[in-house]
Design a protein around this ligand. Structure first.
Ligand SMILES: NC(=O)C1=CN([C@@H]2O[C@H](COP(=O)(O)OP(=O)(O)OC[C@H]3O[C@@H](n4cnc5c(N)ncnc54)[C@H](OP(=O)(O)O)[C@@H]3O)[C@@H](O)[C@H]2O)C=CC1
Ligand SMILES: O=C(O)[C@@H]1CCC=N1
Length: 274
């Protein structure tokens, strides 16, 4: 399969780098206004750089639009002329907020009368190490084999669930944005460790391994229907250290800070939608 990428930045780069470490045999055709960015990625993954967007669209089976949401309309204007031929690639948007309807409305304004096969995916940056949590949804006209190809890409670089588009905003918060929050949480814990005398490296190693193990524990225990609150109780000894720390974190607004983070992300995602 020939996989096009328009906009070879942080997220597309993570997808491409992650995919080349799997046995998914995609051949990449890349384009970026920043020619150096496209060439760097091409060198890393063994792909080719196209001279323009039209070439990417004409040569590929699936094309990932990897530009920021506010740039997408501009890119769709350049994509549109190549979508009038009978062989049209699947267009995969990974942009936060941008709905399938908004994407088709833009294309229609640029002369595309019949909706092309449009696919929306919300991946995350951990795609680079095969650990993305991705959601996918499709326009009704996407053929079964194209759906399967798109799903196979995102399953190769982590987990991929089919989700109604209406749930994309909250998924974007919980899975698309959350890596940044977890990186922040790790960094904050590591600083607390430094405050108490560990080196930054020791502190980061301790808290990273603990977070990894805890996430895995939740995954494994959830198969037995054990919920996180039961796991919390297993750690909190009566009159012990953990409950003292947990209550202090809650008094400082831990729960409400996380809910507010999700609320703000959902709101911003919806603002970016049109
Ligand atoms: N970063 C993440 O973790 C995630 C991002 N996303 C989505 O992925 C998309 C890309 O985000 P991200 O990778 O962070 O952004 P980046 O800025 O890292 O990458 C975008 C790339 O597109 C290039 N570009 C800008 N304009 C054009 C154009 N007209 N034609 C071709 N290329 C262009 C940029 O070049 P230049 O830098 O020179 O402008 C840049 O190299 C966004 O829509 C975002 O919502 C989704 C999930 C997670
Ligand atoms: O910050 C953003 O808008 C993108 C979408 C999800 C993660 N990064």
């Amino acid at each position: 399969m020939r996989l096009g990428v328009i906009g070879t930045g942080a997220m597309s780069g993570a997808i491409a780098r992650g995919l080349t470490k799997t046995d998914n045999a995609a051949q990449f055709v890349l384009f970026d206004v920043n020619d150096a960015a496209a060439h760097t990625l091409a060198t890393d993954i063994g792909g080719e750089v196209a001279p323009d967007i039209e070439t990417v669209v004409k040569e590929c089976d699936l094309v990932i639009l990897g530009v920021k949401p506010h740039i997408q309309r501009l890119v769709l204007q350049e994509v549109a002329p190549a979508l009038t031929s009978s062989k049209r690639p699947g267009i995969i948007s990974i942009a936060a907020g941008r709905t399938l309807t908004a994407i088709f409305q833009d294309l229609a304004e640029f002369g595309v009368s019949e909706c092309p096969p449009l696919i929306r995916v919300m991946p995350n940056v951990n795609a680079q190490i095969g650990m993305s949590a991705s959601a996918i949804c499709f326009c009704p006209n996407v053929a079964d084999d194209m759906r399967a190809s798109a799903i196979s890409i995102f399953e190769a670089i982590g987990e991929c669930i089919e989700l109604p588009e209406a749930s994309f905003s909250v998924f974007s918060a919980l899975a698309g944005a959350s890596p940044a929050w977890f990186f922040q949480i790790l960094d904050s814990f590591a600083r607390a460790g430094v405050k108490h005398g560990l080196t930054k490296k020791q502190a980061l190693q301790a808290v990273t391994q603990s977070m990894l193990g805890s996430a895995r524990m939740v995954q494994i225990e959830s198969e037995k229907d054990t919920v996180p609150s039961e796991l919390i109780d297993r750690v909190c000894s009566p009159g012990g250290t953990t409950i003292a720390g947990l209550l202090a974190a809650q008094a400082a607004g831990l729960d409400s800070a996380l809910v507010q983070a999700v609320d703000a992300t959902v709101l911003r995602d919806q603002e970016l939608g049109g």
